[in-house]
Write a protein that binds this ligand. Structure first.
Ligand code: PEP
Ligand code: MN
Length: 442
């Protein structure tokens, strides 16, 4: 019980499923405990060093992917689409900032969701809420919505499939910077952001040709460093995949490189903070508009007691209308405490609204307004706006309104495919990258 993997069991754990069957749960966690790690300690340590550069203002973080991955969309097309979108955004940001962009997919493990209500009501029928494919099914039937611990095994398998493809694509030639044009192929032609990207890719290609002509070896550009992360919500899953590193004796969550604690599970006396205080991965915590300076300082003490840059990231999701008021005091107090954390903007979760059609949506302009507020607060304080954490897909979905190729509210039903929150589509994601690049340049 007091091992790093299990000490959390003595604390209240918010947002955990009501697993119906103890035997099935034991069987699933037993299987996971014997499974190979999905990521390795040395990779997590490398990401900690990369995040330390973000904390010091020497790098920028780009994290993105689905709100909720699904087993059905563990497909080559979906994984490649998200990866290409992130690589394109990273090129735009690297070009503008002249800083390394640390890339983390919200991928290969984003299968469990916290919910604001434990039940969902439709036409007078009430069923348990969908909690992500790791827990139950999205279909609105009693059968699908019953939590099933065997789904955690499928979560591991889908994560392994995704990670395998991501590793192959990022090291096998696909992510070669000399392919910068090819990443745009297959995406909807004619978007303004797409055209801007083509121009930039042309410029980069000419620079690479120039370097090659000068005798510079550009082979190093053949692979991309890429990490994966998800919300570390399901503690039965995370603890079954915790492994001690024989050399150092340190424990790591081996389900992903960077895991984060969500806005609803960051209670200082709760099981999530306890679990993550015991593992050596880089850790992020979502910070909503109600976060007090004391609770944020408490998180620093629990999760980064040694004040090591790269260990702790705060992902701010205050809402466009609140970020300028709520963020400055938090940044000031944390800095005064001697902690060098990464500050990252999640401009999505504080800006979700319901459209007249009933679709949950987000306006691209409001999303950008939160990013702008976040960057401005840091500029005024002289601290580093460390990057963004966004929900996006390479698919041409219609889930968020606005953006370069404006999705109109009446278009939302065309391709509304998310299993949970609305994502930026490919053109909107590129548009965000270009606008963020301008903010960094200003
Ligand atoms: C999420 O990232 O999908 C999420 C639920 O975020 P938050 O914890 O910030 O609400
Ligand atoms: Mn979400």
């Amino acid at each position: 019980m007091n091992s790093p993997a299990d000490s959390w069991r003595a604390f209240p754990a918010a947002q955990q499923p009501q697993w119906p069957d103890g035997e099935a749960l034991r069987s699933a966690t037993g299987w996971l405990s014997a499974a190979p790690p999905l990521v390795f300690a040395a990779e997590c340590d490398l990401l900690r060093r990369r995040m330390a550069a973000v904390a010091r203002g020497e790098a920028v973080l780009l994290q993105g992917g689905d709100c909720a991955e699904t087993f059905a969309r563990t497909t080559t097309e979906a994984i490649r689409g998200t990866l290409k979108t992130l690589l394109q955004m990273a090129v735009v940001l690297t070009h503008a900032t002249a800083l390394p962009v640390i890339k983390i997919g919200r991928m290969a493990g984003q299968y469990a969701k916290p919910r604001s209500s434990p039940v969902e009501r439709r036409d007078g029928v009430e069923l348990p809420s969908y909690r992500g494919d790791a827990v139950n099914g999205l279909e609105f039937t009693a059968e699908a919505r019953r939590p099933d611990p065997a789904r955690m095994r499928r979560m591991y398998e889908s994560s392994a499939m995704t990670l395998n493809l991501v590793r192959a694509l990022t090291t096998g030639g696909f992510a070669d910077l000399r392919q910068v044009h090819a990443w745009n192929r297959g995406f909807v032609a004619g978007s303004r952001a797409g055209e801007r990207y083509e121009e930039l890719a042309g410029e980069i290609e000419r620079s690479l040709a120039f370097m090659q002509a000068c005798g510079v070896d550009t082979r190093e550009l053949g692979t991309a460093e890429f990490f994966v992360g998800h919300e570390g919500l399901l503690l039965d899953y995370e603890s079954a995949l915790t492994r001690a590193e024989p050399g150092s004796g340190r424990s790591y969550a081996t389900s992903g490189h960077l895991l984060w604690i969500g806005e609803r599970t960051r209670d200082l006396d709760g099981a999530h903070v306890e679990y993550f205080s015991r593992v050596h991965n880089p850790i992020a915590v979502k910070i909503g508009p109600s976060a007090t300076p004391d609770s944020v300082l408490g998180l620093v003490d629990r999760l980064d007691p040694r004040r090591e840059p790269g260990r702790l990231t705060f992902v701010v999701r205050a809402g466009a209308d609140r970020v300028r008021d709520t963020l400055p005091v938090l940044v000031e107090k944390v800095t005064a405490e001697g902690a060098l954390v990464c500050w990252v903007s999640d401009p999505m979760h504080g800006n979700t609204v319901t459209a007249a059609s009933g679709h949950k949506t987000r306006s691209f302009d409001t999303v950008m307004e939160e990013v702008r507020g976040f960057v401005e607060v840091h500029r005024e304080l002289g601290t580093h706006p460390g990057g963004v954490h966004v929900e996006l897909t390479g698919d041409d979905v219609t889930e968020c309104v606005g953006g370069g190729n404006a999705v109109l509210p009446e278009d939302l039903h065309h391709r509304y495919e998310t299993a949970c929150d609305p994502r930026l589509n490919h053109a909107q994601s590129l548009d965000l990258a270009f606008r963020l690049a301008e903010m960094y340049r200003d």
